[in-house]
Design a protein around this ligand. Structure first.
Ligand code: F0G
Length: 461
């Protein structure tokens, strides 16, 4: 008997709501001009559906809010720290925990401890803050992701995988002693939220052990990665999300974490470690940059919300619906012929701006332009992930020209409904219909660091 495929639905009901403001086109024209055509600079109250990021924008549950009320705001030894430590040990499996205010706090500390001037740090595609901390610590980032990741339509199920040949070539070129660690993002944000397979993690671990190179996971969206492994990798269908997560982490020495994603909180992060010596140094250094080692820049209540968030985030129903929502939008856009990164990733649908606006050259900022036009169209806010985000080569001073020129429609967890998703799809559909009329941008202001946050643009005539 053939079984009809059933839809998933949001595995929660709504108890508190935040009202949304609808704007007129006129108001949006004004808001966008004031923001220098940069969606980062638009005031949130002028946004209808905010898909800028899934970072810190999640809806917490009643259980998490209840946890906020039992925040132990002691300067030292807060009980919420110990709760968080227990959850990290239980679900991620690392021995030691250093809380940080968010992910980049952890990136800073691990980079400061492990990287020496002149070192190289390979990674499966860069993430903006991760690479910058590595560079500020004196290292050079080297991309060792498989080539398929740079191809927006390649159907590879694990486009986040590390290319071991690229890693080996780097080791041969610079010597393993110049490589303190490899960073592995699970999933890979800049590639489109693409996962890494367990097989690949195992191989990288083996290779790195042979060459005495540490493996540091960027575990920010590791639970989403675990779901893809369950869905796509042989031998994992019957394993639970916590089992898969533990195994993934077991192939690494440490993890940096932005709790603002997977862990369903508005602020928080941590560094998790297995080596006592590195932990000891991290525990020392966190006091300099973040706060005492039992709060690391967080209030007790924030640590409690994150501890409780871990338990909710690993629930199968949660993660299935979370990724199901992203998949739903992705599939509808594919049906409409809109160019997006495929397969659809975990936290976002990425519009392929080079294909959407083929008449624009990359230094006319097609993704930046498309994100601005989407806001004008319907008040929906997205983010550029292309040439502006990629920044400049510090040696030549020229832009990096990344192969992927994308607009990221990022889905906060448990925030928007399927009806919002339909409005989104329809807005993109009308934008696609008038794509030939869209003119590119020139950059009129460029900040020195992480320029995409504050750069300003003008439309070309
Ligand atoms: N690693 C990854 C993979 C991330 O996506 C982020 C943040 C960080 C590290 C840094 O964490 O923001 O807590 O300091 N990504 C956000 C985004 C900003 O919108 O993708 P953070």
């Amino acid at each position: 008997m053939s079984q009809k495929k059933r839809s998933w639905a949001e595995p929660y009901k709504i108890k508190t709501v935040e009202l949304l403001k609808m704007t007129t086109r006129e108001e949006r024209v004004r808001a966008l001009a004031e923001a220098g055509n940069n969606t980062f600079l638009i005031k949130s109250e002028d946004v209808y559906i905010d898909l800028l990021t899934d970072s810190g924008t999640n809806a917490m549950s009643d259980v998490q809010w209840a946890g906020m009320m039992i925040g132990d705001e002691a300067y030292a030894g807060s009980k919420n720290f110990y709760n968080l430590e227990e959850m990290v040990q239980k679900y991620y499996g690392y021995k030691y925990l250093v809380p940080t205010h968010q992910g980049r706090g952890a990136e800073n500390i691990i980079s400061q401890i492990l990287i020496k001037k002149g070192d190289y740090v390979p990674g499966n595609m860069y993430f903006t803050t991760t690479r910058l901390h590595q560079e500020l610590a004196g290292g050079s980032f080297v991309d060792v992701i498989i080539d398929e990741a740079h191809d927006s339509t390649h159907p590879h199920p694990f486009k986040g995988n590390v290319d071991l040949n690229k890693l080996d070539a780097l080791v041969k070129k610079v010597g393993a002693e110049k490589i303190p660690y490899i960073t592995i993002g699970v999933t890979v944000n800049m590639a489109g939220g693409q996962p890494v397979s367990m097989e690949n993690l195992r191989q990288v671990r083996k290779y790195c052990q042979q060459h005495k190179i540490r493996v540091v996971l960027d575990a920010t969206r590791a639970i989403e990665n675990a779901y893809f492994i369950k869905l796509r990798e042989n031998g994992y269908t019957d394993k639970t999300i916590p089992e898969i997560l533990r195994e993934m982490c077991s192939y690494s020495d440490a993890a940096t974490m932005s709790g603002k994603k997977d862990l369903l909180v508005n602020i928080g992060g941590f560094l998790a470690l297995n080596e006592w010596d590195v932990f000891e140094e991290a525990r020392n250094l966190v006091v300099v940059y973040e706060g005492l080692h039992t709060y690391g820049g967080l209030a007790g209540r924030d640590m409690e919300a994150m501890a409780r968030g871990i338990e909710e985030a690993v629930q199968y129903d949660h993660i299935k619906a979370r990724i199901g929502q992203v998949e739903y939008v992705g599939q509808r856009l594919i049906e409409l012929g809109v160019p997006i990164v495929q397969p659809v990733g975990g936290h976002a649908v990425f519009l392929d701006a080079k294909k959407f606006l083929p008449h624009l050259k990359q230094d006319q900022f097609p993704a930046q332009t498309l994100a601005a036009e989407l806001y004008l169209e319907s008040g929906i806010r997205a983010m550029e992930r292309g040439i502006v985000s990629a920044g400049r080569n510090k040696e030549t001073g020229d832009h990096y020209y990344p192969k992927l020129e994308l607009v990221r429609l990022t889905f906060p967890r448990r925030v928007y409904t399927q009806a919002h998703c339909d409005v989104l799809v329809e807005s993109i559909e009308s934008l696609y219909a008038r794509r030939n009329e869209i003119k590119g941008f020139k950059m009129t202001y460029e900040p020195k660091y992480l320029r995409f946050f504050q750069a300003r643009f003008e439309q070309l005539k």
